[in-house]
Design a protein around this ligand. Structure first.
Ligand SMILES: [Fe+2]
Ligand SMILES: [Fe+2]
Length: 221
């Protein structure tokens, strides 16, 4: 499971094209940072789970965007009157879907690991390979880190902040254990339809649209 150079380039072009549709101060600086100062377009989206290959993060972000647009359009008429999401702007869909995991930019690195070749006919059965590992240079969380990073470039709307901050829902350990975080999360879920939609699209993309690849990226020797 790997993406070709052409797929990676095509995904990058699609993301930049979508971001340029968002008319917001700072968006060009954000695009420039993604392109020139980060590995957003080539990074994996995990080490051993979905999208754990070059370009996986960008691919996942696009998958979430397409799932989110479909969810919003298909379910709009089913929501309670006071929770209708017709007024969620296209720009917000683009921002939260494509950039909810921007925290994973410049976040993964490669390290050498070892595996034992039981079938080897020689004595030294250990072989080396490269695998992705985490090197978090700004360990401030997951959703909250994405919000902080984005606010360096663009001003997020409140519903975008809530959606990105809490998009991991109960998978965020803080929600499970903290008496401060849990009520905030619960409240956010009730007042922010964009959060509900983003978290659904995120799970859909990760679990039903994406596969894990071989964690062995390349032979080291
Ligand atoms: Fe995430
Ligand atoms: Fe995600």
């Amino acid at each position: 499971m790997a993406l070709t150079k052409e797929q990676i380039e095509s995904n990058k072009a699609e993301v930049i094209d979508l971001l340029r549709q968002v008319k917001r101060d700072g968006i060009e600086k954000l695009i420039e940072w993604l392109d020139k100062k980060s590995d957003f377009f080539t990074a994996p989206s995990s080490t051993v789970f979905h999208g754990n290959y070059e370009g996986g993060l960008c691919e996942h972000s696009l998958n979430v965007y397409h799932a989110l647009v479909r969810l919003k359009n298909a379910m709009s008429d089913m929501a309670l009157e006071e929770k209708k999401f017709d007024n969620i702007k296209d720009g917000s869909l683009i921002i939260v879907a494509l950039l909810h995991d921007i925290c994973k930019s410049n976040y993964y690195t490669k390290e050498i690991k070892y595996w034992k070749d039981e079938n080897a006919s020689y004595n030294n059965q250990w072989k080396q390979y490269y695998a992705y590992t985490i090197d978090d240079k700004f360990p401030v969380g997951h959703g909250e880190k994405s919000v902080i990073m984005l606010q360096n470039f663009i001003t997020l709307k409140q519903e975008e902040i809530l959606a990105i901050r809490w998009h991991m829902t109960a998978y965020d350990p803080a929600v499970a254990v903290s008496p401060y975080e849990k009520p905030a999360f619960n409240k956010a879920m009730t007042i922010c339809p964009l959060l509900v939609l983003l978290s659904m699209a995120d799970v859909f993309a990760a679990q039903l649209m994406e596969k894990a690849g071989n964690p062995k990226i390349d032979n080291a020797v």
